[in-house]
Design a protein around this ligand. Sequence first.
Ligand code: AGP
Length: 610
Amino acid sequence: MCGIIGYCGPKPAASVLLEGLKRLEYRGYDSAGICVWSPEGLELYKRKGKIRELAALVPAGAAAPAGTCGIGHTRWATHGEVNDLNAHPHLDCSGRIAVVHNGIIENYLTLKEKLIAEGHRFASETDSEVIAHLIEKYYSGDLLEAVRKALALLKGTYGIVCLHRDHPDRLVGARQGSPLVVGLGSGETFLASDVTAIISHTKQVVYLEDGELVSISPQEFKTTDLKDQEVEKKVESVSWELEQIEKGGFTHFMEKEIFEQPESIKRAMSGRLDLEEATAHLGGLNMSNRDLLNVERVRIVAAGTSWHAGLVGMYLLESIARIPCTVEISSELRYRNPLVERNTLHFVVSQSGETADSLYAMRELQRKGATVLGVCNVVGSTIARESDGGVYIHSGPEIAVASTKAFTSQVTVFYLFSLLLGRMRHLSADAGRAFIQDLQSVPLKVEAILAGSRAIRELAVRYCQYKDFLFLGRGINYPVAMEGALKLKEISYIHAEGYSAAELKHGPIALINEETPCLFLVPDDGLREKIMSNIKEVKSRRGRVIAVCAAGDREVRDIADDVIEVPRAHETFYPFLMVVPLQLLAYYAAVELGRDVDQPRNLAKSVTVE
Ligand code: AGP
């Protein structure tokens, strides 16, 4: 949930750390800090607020910290309120050891009481500070050894980096449950929560696994396990380019990522469609056609927006591949002692590939013998590496906390998977080809919707003063309605609920009045008439109606207060066309309300704690 970074090399560490923290800020942004080695002692700068506020605190020019070894942190508070004292890095009693931590130490109170009884003085309310004092307790010259002994007492999750006054060019890092990568530059070495913090310096990285420690210096790195056994590691190369993590002239990353969707959807299907065989090829499944034919049921597990993408996947697998499918919220499934049946194929969907709820749910299912495939965006992420196979969605780095292009790319993968299984069962080659042509026509239709974004902005400006919204869809667009409500909630802070339009009369209709606009998704599909009746139920109670409908739908235009038209399409493909106007509506409402669109309050991009 937090972002951590470490640097050892020839450059002044402070600027490298601040630049890296800026790139990690989407992981948590309520407070931040850096600590740099200097001959006079460890130089600590930390405070509540964003990286730009921290940068203002760090002396610049001639007074800038000269040290070439240091650590940094950007925080998403779990223990202890948001203030300067609870910001990281945390020091031990002597001020000679500094630690940054991402994760939760569950037994910190017991450890803290013992350490206080032994005379340690604590400066913060955080769980993380116990790590600095434990290392202090065990340190007798060998930093790696002291860290190993300290870690042996911790229960919970951590990604940590530790700096010691006695070691001007060495850092020790470790991982248990929270991601940590080593970046190998020429004459410099990095540690970071993810590659976005270091790709401006190097593309050569090593991904740490749980239970691994690493000791780095400018020239080298050495990985060992908790029993001090050396661990061989593979150096991998990152495919992302620096400009992909820049705004590229857009005001916000979210705006850029919404407008990237025609390309990101194309990338998600590129090289995976076979018009001749009228099917799809997904190379990373690690399953033979016989294995795929033996699949009798699919279960999809995810959180947040990824869960909504999974729900669209369920409709597709049942309608296109005719396979029974269920979708579970990962945090609920994990603690429900889930039943795992033979011939049930499991998917874990996660943009970051680091969401703790989804990672632990995957491990629980694998422990019960399930085959679990990952649908991830971040290459080398934990879920991607630990799953039994899977599909990368290739939507490129998604920096904005509110997920947009990852949703449409995740959904694209389920169109591909449904086609693959459908063609192995009842779907004819002609039907398969028609499906492929419809899917390949989606990027152009999305482009047409983006070209009309000005009208959606005007609508957002007119509606952003309302306090409550209902988003209503049916069938395969019901999850899209929920996704639209989530987008509006998480970035504009306007209360919004997504419902199946038919559910209105079972309760939510009590909320209908002039003050609660209802946004209906009205594609020209088999459920259109049903949705029109639901709209009439709202209009007869003087509710305001915004409708997203197929181009030229006069009847909808006559009954709704406001309309957003999207290009006509085969009914199976409307989720792509229905979600983009909702992403734009939420984006423009948040901008109009002056919200911090890319870093909404209380949120973080990948939720690595439970
Ligand atoms: C979506 O906009 C949110 N950022 C959040 O709901 C997110 O989808 C959820 O935390 C799951 O993240 P993941 O896809 O990285 O696992």
